[in-house]
Write a protein that binds this ligand. Structure first.
Ligand code: ATP
Ligand code: LTN
Length: 336
């Protein structure tokens, strides 16, 4: 683990819900991997966020190991970065309580993810779903993070985090670093394969809407071939044709080729050839990830050890912020 104090701090998290998919990789994980050397990184699996939607306990338990193994298979190096599970570090919940008292109902009411998820889970609009962004702010502010790499859907939560930090700092003096979001220029919002006007989501009830990082090659190929495209025939990057534009941006994010290079290459060739080539690019990308995953996932005790070390390190890192916050708001120190 990297203890270098001079590096700026990066923190990001993913919920262990659904199946980790290519949108999570392109929007978040890929940048985590890329930024590992420049930053002191903390990557957290936010299991406490995941229970804002009902989870089956046994599935949640095994999914946590699946996700951690996938983090590593995608290139997160535990020698460089701290990898841990949110519920293993109680300070997240403790700081959240304090921040709850510095967040307004009106602010939380405006959060689009809350509105979307309330619609999708009408039977369970719980208080956790409402205060979810405050827990996210606690995740970030606890470690004095400078940078938070996320997909575009999290921009609003990052703005709220900044507002909460500034509000607290204005009242009590410099306490929290005010974090910057990092939203990638390509692939910040990968769209659903069957409905390119909606965000690709790993908890989608219809798995044909996303490409799972663990999808077998033929499954991934079929999903791409059956992806909804528009009535035109030309491979284009054009907002008015969201289906093909989404596939071009997936291509660009995985292959590294620019939109122009890709659309020029397919000029006059139509969708079928493009989709076939895209399917191969995606399958070739997934293959080594899945091989590494199978290897890493097979040793649960190694994963447990890694998570223990990660939680220990994260707890020590966050303790300073916690005691500073408690002191500033006027809590008395516990006697010895
Ligand atoms: P769920 O559907 O289970 O609520 P999700 O797919 O939205 O989850 P999260 O755990 O909420 O995934 O997000 C993990 C990371 O992946 C975040 O940084 C988020 O911004 C990013 N992300 C999620 N979906 C996309 C997408 N379609 N395109 C780009 N980035 C995405
Ligand atoms: N809300 C995020 C997940 C998340 C997160 C974080 C991301 C929870 N805590 C801290 C970055 C930093 C989401 O993707 N839905």
């Amino acid at each position: 683990m990297n203890d270098t104090k001079s590096k700026p701090v990066l923190l990001s998290g993913i919920q262990p819900s659904g199946n980790l998919m290519i949108g999570n990789y392109i929007g978040a994980l890929k940048n985590w991997v890329r930024l590992q050397d420049e930053y002191e990184c903390l990557f957290v699996l936010v299991d406490m966020h995941a229970i804002t939607v009902r989870q089956k306990p046994a599935d949640l338990r095994s999914r946590c190991f699946d996700f951690i193994a996938l983090y590593l298979a995608c290139g997160i190096d535990p020698k460089k970065s701290t990898v841990f599970v949110q519920s293993h570090v109680p300070s997240h919940a403790e700081l959240m309580w304090v921040l709850n008292c510095f967040t307004y109902m009106g602010e939380l009411n405006r959060m689009t993810q809350f509105k979307d998820k309330s619609k999708r889970h009408e039977e369970n609009v719980n208080a956790g779903l409402f205060t979810y962004p405050v827990l996210m702010a606690a995740d970030i502010l606890l470690y004095q993070a400078d940078l938070v790499p996320v997909g575009a859907d999290q921009k609003q939560h990052l703005e709220l985090t900044r507002d909460i930090a500034e509000r607290f700092n204005n009242e009590f003096g410099e306490t929290f670093r005010v974090p910057e979001p990092y939203i990638p220029p390509v692939g910040a919002r990968v769209m659903s394969l069957q409905d390119p006007t909606a965000k690709m989501s790993k908890s989608d009830v219809n798995p044909r809407n996303y490409i799972g990082l663990l999808d077998p090659p033929d499954v991934a190929r079929n999903k791409i071939k059956r992806a909804v495209t528009d009535s035109g025939a030309e491979v284009a990057y054009d907002e008015s044709r969201p289906g093909i534009t989404n596939l071009v941006s997936i291509h660009s994010a995985i292959s590294g080729d620019s939109y122009e290079v890709i659309t020029d290459r397919y000029a006059g060739k139509g969708y079928a050839q493009f989709k076939e080539d895209l399917a191969e690019i995606v399958v070739e990308f997934l293959k080594p990830v899945q091989e590494r995953y199978n290897d890493i996932r097979s040793s649960k005790s190694d994963l447990e050890q890694l998570l223990n070390d990660g939680a220990e390190h994260a707890f020590r890192r966050g303790r300073k912020t916690m005691s500073k916050v408690y002191r500033k708001i006027g809590f008395i120190q516990r006697g010895r």
